[in-house]
Ligand binder design. Structure first.
Ligand code: PHE
Length: 338
């Protein structure tokens, strides 16, 4: 019986080696491992063997089974990889080929999305100011989006964040502030960083509210950081982005993760506009990030990128931005690449 198993193994390996496609591999193994396969038959007949033979034969049969499965898996992976590599050779499109007569072709080309244009500018300005660019996940956990930002489960501030909850208990981040926590988790201060990216809220969508929009988060932790530093950095940033000298003013406001907290207004083309939330990082937030608030302090700010885009281009309805409507997008040719 042991010899029979050895020869079944050799036969199976030969079949697997000779298989030309993944389906062939399955067929080759089926003959041995399938319900009526030769190895299964051996396993089934063990009961009829002399008692002292049962142990060794059972053990051997299982070893053979595992060896066949392993070999089949490797061969299957290799064949699939080879087939996919070949697709690059056989399934390609000649994009320079002229269209058949009568076909109309859209020759207007692509444009860089107006939000992306502003994001790239913001990134340039921030890098120029010596800030690191950070990134964070769109899918966040409760702790990073709320808990560690001093927003406990029963905190009324959670009402302001209509949240898309996922069935596994995670959520789509409602602001970029969780990146503050991730920045602290990834290394000791000083931290001088910004994170720009998408955020999501379960909003009633209208001309000023979208369920998907963009924020830039600034986060600065060092020794003896003050509101003065914050004002300087924000003013410089805004002047660079808006392209002219601007006045700014602070009004007291409340965000659980800063103390004191403010809203900053900016005077742009004569009018005061409410633009962003900011403040000194709350000691509890520093502590949640493993930073000693008696030694370190910091400021943070968060601002809507879409607002900036709408201001710049005089766009009246935020819903245009995520619409994907080409008639809208084609108006933004500046910044088009190559
Ligand atoms: N995360 C806040 C929001 O989305 C903005 C903010 C960031 C306020 C940092 C203060 C400090 O509304």
């Amino acid at each position: 019986m042991l010899e029979r198993l050895e020869s079944l193994l050799a036969e199976a390996l030969e079949g697997i080696e000779g298989a030309a496609t993944a389906a062939d591999v399955d067929q080759a193994t089926g003959r041995f491992l399938g319900k009526k396969g030769a190895v299964q038959e051996v396993l089934r007949s063990i009961g009829k063997l002399a008692p002292e033979e049962r142990g060794p034969v059972g053990k051997k049969a299982n070893e053979v089974k595992t060896a066949i499965e392993r070999a089949a898996g490797l061969r299957r992976d290799a064949l699939i990889a080879a087939a996919e590599a070949e697709l690059g050779e056989t399934e390609w499109v000649d994009t320079t080929m002229p269209p058949p007569p009568g076909y109309s072709v859209d020759r207007t080309g692509g444009t860089i999305h107006p939000v992306t244009q502003v994001v790239r500018e913001l990134e340039d300005v921030c890098v120029g100011m010596g800030l690191d660019l950070l990134d964070g996940p769109w899918i966040e956990d409760d702790e990073h989006n709320f808990g560690m930002l001093n927003i406990p489960p029963d905190h009324p501030a959670r009402d302001m964040h209509d949240t898309f909850w996922l069935s596994d208990g995670n959520l789509l981040r409602t602001h970029t502030s969780p990146v503050q926590i991730r920045a602290m988790e990834s290394g000791p201060p000083p931290i001088r960083a910004v994170a720009i990216g998408r955020v999501f809220r379960h909003e009633e969508v209208d001309i000023t509210h979208e369920n998907t929009f963009h924020q830039i988060e600034g986060f600065y932790v060092d020794r003896e950081v003050s509101v003065g530093h914050m004002i300087y950095v924000l003013q410089t940033l805004l002047e660079n982005v808006l392209g002219e000298k601007v006045d700014v003013r602070l009004r007291p406001s409340y965000f659980p993760f800063v103390e004191p907290g403010f809203e900053m207004d900016v005077r742009f083309q004569g009018d005061w506009m409410e633009l962003l939330g900011c403040g000194l990082v709350h000691p509890r937030v520093l502590r949640a990030g493993g930073i000693d608030p008696d030694v370190w302090s910091g400021f943070a700010f968060g601002l809507g990128v879409d607002r900036l885009v709408m201001l710049r281009h005089d766009i009246e309805d935020i819903r245009h931005l995520m619409s994907g409507d080409l008639r809208f997008l084609r108006q933004f040719r500046e910044g088009v690449e190559g």
